[in-house]
Write a protein that binds this ligand. Structure first.
Ligand code: TRP
Length: 329
């Protein structure tokens, strides 16, 4: 096997069935990174507890998300796919790291302030420690590289600081300062054409939806608001349907829409029907693979079990080094 460039770690909350935004923003990248790195992908169920009120769906959501990852090309033979809480060493490391973490820095983070704004009735202790737990995730597995979107950049910078404090405080080198791999995430808008695609806004298109469901969602997409009548010329440059054509349609269709929309040669319904057809075509192999995987009842559990066994070996070794560095008796 060829030598890889190092270890990648990434975590994602168990949000259930994934949508086009998740795919273009994260999953595609997860799949591609496997070529050059040893990858560890973690479903962060403990992080989810900071905001989730109802834990009833955690297991189901984990299962659905893993199926999407696998169908998209995450390869569990090489990549470690596991659930955060299955490797409890992370909570121990979290506690130790919390001792070198200044409280004021945590409460100053924009991500924390945002959470407080969003759930003022539930400002729990876990929410404050969120970035410490995230740091524990990364350093427990000695990750060299963490792919993150811009929203998580402050957390990664923070993780680097904690690692430096720890290594300095205990005069050691056991923890590795992770590098940030800034992933260029295309901003995928929802079918409303305004907000970022997301489950909570119900403006998303699920990867695992049927072709019919997908078509119905696409036909609901908001287009150029200035184009009211079929005979009005449209402006593809500001139309989300055109943006999506550029991602999923063959070049000939993109060129056609780019010309015909501007001169009202095609209408929005026609344009969307074409996009739905192309999108369904692109997703077909994924959907077939997903159904096949889903029909094997215990497959996901087995993969997660194997993943946590492999993850735990790394984790136990790191914790031994950490305990020694800290000189715990
Ligand atoms: N904080 C990340 C998010 O909300 C999830 C996460 C947890 C993570 N641990 C991580 C991301 C470690 C990268 C590395 O999306």
């Amino acid at each position: 096997m060829n030598k890889k460039k190092g270890r990648v770690f990434s975590g994602a909350r168990p949000t259930g069935r994934q949508h086009l935004g998740n795919y273009l923003g994260a999953i595609k990248n997860y799949v591609d990174l496997q070529k050059d790195y040893d990858c560890v992908y973690c479903i962060v169920d403990l992080h989810a507890l900071t905001t989730v009120e109802d834990t009833l769906n955690l297991k189901q959501n984990t299962n659905e998300m893993v199926l999407d990852w696998l169908a998209a090309g995450v390869n569990p033979e090489e990549t470690i796919v596991f659930v955060q809480s299955h490797v409890p060493e992370v909570t121990e490391l979290h506690t130790i790291l919390s001792m070198v973490t200044p409280l004021g820095k945590l409460t100053d983070l924009p991500t924390f302030k945002e959470k407080v704004r969003m759930q003022p009735e539930n400002v729990n202790y876990g929410l404050v420690g969120y970035p410490v737990l995230m740091t524990a995730d990364i350093v427990l597995y000695k990750a060299d590289v963490v792919p993150v979107g811009i929203d998580q950049a402050p957390h990664l910078e923070f993780a680097r600081e904690i690692v430096r404090s720890f290594n300095h405080r205990f005069n050691t080198k056991v923890l590795i300062e992770p590098q940030m791999k800034n992933t260029v995430i295309p901003k995928v808008l929802g079918i409303d054409g305004k907000e970022k695609m997301g489950k909570s806004l119900n403006n998303h298109i699920e990867l695992a939806a049927t072709a019919e469901e997908t078509k119905a969602r696409v036909l609901d997409m908001v287009t150029d608001p200035a184009r009211i009548k079929r005979t009005d010329p449209g402006n593809p440059d500001i139309c989300n349907v055109f943006t999506m054509h550029k991602i999923f349609s063959p070049q000939a269709d993109i060129d056609m829409v780019n010309v015909e929309c501007r001169r009202a040669g095609i209408g929005c319904v026609e344009c969307k029907t074409l996009y739905a057809k192309n999108l369904n075509q692109e997703l077909k192999p994924f959907r077939e693979k997903r159904s096949e995987l889903a029909s094997k009842k215990s497959l996901v559990d087995e993969i997660l079990q194997d993943g946590s066994n492999r993850a735990r070996k790394i984790a136990q070794k790191t914790m031994q080094e950490v305990r020694e560095a800290v000189q715990l008796p």
